[in-house]
Design a protein around this ligand. Structure first.
Ligand code: DCT
Ligand code: MG
Length: 428
């Protein structure tokens, strides 16, 4: 993996009390790789001067992230190899815009995550939902051979590898990737080097801050940004409610961005708040990029019936400059001080701000907390089992033809006739 990402993950591991080495030595117990197959890592190991390579556990990055989430080493069994395989398959189908197959694998990954036991034999998955033929085949291969030929094929596929790189850039989706791939481009470097390409403002920022943005956001960084957002919002609106949503609210320790929901119990709505916040950050030199989208909400409009519809809130997709604490320079000599002055002391962080009217806040909170899959299934449940339409703004009872008000997430679950599900239980 890239240097910045590796440094970031190593630092994260150390902060969680893990011992992380960058060189292979006899003290190493687990080897973590990203975007490499089991065989590739084995090949690499052969080239290293170690007496006995069988004592290492070879693991994928998904195992490492699971450990960071749990705060301890988790069982390194077939489960993580399977989840990783499913993620690769789902992603590859997403790149091919085959939503049905992509969902099949995402659901299978969720199912595995929620299983209270480990899968070691085919018998373990008997009778489970969400296990279609494709999923079954891969489980069988991995249980029997330790890896899947189909997944390996995808990982080595030229198109998959190129799309994986392209879509890792902020502002680049499947459509743009397709275009670049057809032009013969294969890597992020290829795109950067091609001066004839017309990039959007978003993509330009994506390339400019690429290293920082792919390295992920830690919980500590999320907390630091949260303080900045709260302080800025409250200078303009002292009683505003600012809540972290997305993966961090679900208890995740790392994320690709930080999502915030902002509302105010006071009378009237302030369309200007978001603009004031952004202007202040601009003045303070903290704003690296921003795209403000105005509200398109129409009063009394029925909730969207599409499970993946965008909501209508006023929002802003931004990149903020987060200054990072650095070593005290007062004890350094002059040349060291000069050297430190040149070192970048900030990190670019993706931040989403969403402004919601107070009476829609609980629905917005439920929607923006995610996970995407949890939200999608909750909407499907509402529609098919309750004849209700749920989106990020409201819940509408189609039989009674009324909107159901909710002052908390608990009330929304109650309207749906479901037991309350805590945010950290919504990861699958
Ligand atoms: N969401 C939504 N409408 C959107 C975008 C997102 O309702 N237009 C919901 C779905 C999940 C949640 O908001 C947060 O979205 P992400 O930030 O994409 O996901 P995440 O779960 O926070 O994961 P990550 O760690 O990758 O940010
Ligand atoms: Mg997020």
């Amino acid at each position: 993996m890239g240097t910045t990402r590796r440094m970031f993950l190593m630092e994260l591991g150390r902060r969680k009390g893990f011992r992380v080495e960058s060189e292979l030595s006899d003290s190493v117990t687990h080897i973590v790789a990203e975007n490499n197959s089991y065989l590739e890592v084995l090949d690499w190991l052969k080239g290293q001067a170690v007496a006995d390579s069988s004592r290492f556990e070879l693991l994928d990055i998904s195992w490492f992230t699971a450990c960071m989430e749990a705060g301890r080493p988790v069982d390194s069994e077939v489960k993580y190899r399977l989840m990783d395989a499913f993620e690769v398959m789902a992603e590859n189908y997403e790149f091919k815009e085959n939503e049905i197959f992509s969902l099949e694998f995402l659901r299978a990954a969720s199912l595995l995550k929620s299983l209270p036991f480990s899968v070691t034999r085919m018998k373990d998955i008997q009778g489970l939902p969400c296990v279609g033929d494709q999923v079954r085949d891969i489980i069988e291969e991995i249980i029997e051979e330790g890896e899947s030929s189909r997944v390996k094929e995808v990982l080595n596929d030229e198109r998959y590898k190129a799309f994986k790189q392209f879509t890792s850039v902020f502002g680049v989706g499947v459509k743009t990737s397709e275009k670049w791939y057809r032009m013969g481009l294969r890597t992020v470097e290829d795109v950067k080097a091609d001066k004839t390409l017309k990039l959007s403002k978003m993509q330009k920022a994506g390339f400019l801050y690429y290293e920082d943005l792919v390295s992920c956001v830690s919980k500590a960084e999320a907390d630091a940004v949260s303080l900045i957002v709260k302080n800025t919002v409250r200078t303009f609106l002292p009683d505003a409610l600012v809540t972290i949503t997305g993966g961090f609210r679900r208890g995740k320790n790392i994320g690709h961005d930080i999502d915030f929901l902002i509302t105010s119990p006071g009378p009237g709505e302030d369309d200007e708040l978001l603009h004031k916040v952004i202007d202040l950050w601009k003045k303070q030199g903290l704003l690296l990029y921003c795209d403000i989208i105005e509200s398109t909400f129409v009063k009394e409009q029925l909730p969207s019936r599409k499970v993946d519809a965008m909501d209508h809130f006023q929002k802003c997709f931004a990149i903020l400059k987060l200054y990072q604490p650095r070593v005290d320079s007062s004890t350094c000599n002059t040349s060291k001080k000069l050297e430190m002055a040149e070192v970048k002391d900030w990190k670019a962080i993706r931040v989403d701000l969403v402004i919601t009217p107070f009476e829609q806040y609980s629905y917005a909170l439920l929607g923006w907390t995610g996970s995407r899959q949890f939200g999608r299934d909750l909407r499907r449940y509402a529609m098919h089992e309750r004849k209700m339409v749920l989106d990020n703004h409201a819940l509408y009872d189609r039989r009674k033809r009324i909107f159901l008000k909710a002052g908390s997430e608990e009330e929304i679950f109650a309207h749906l006739g479901l037991d309350y599900v805590e945010p950290w239980e919504r990861n699958a």
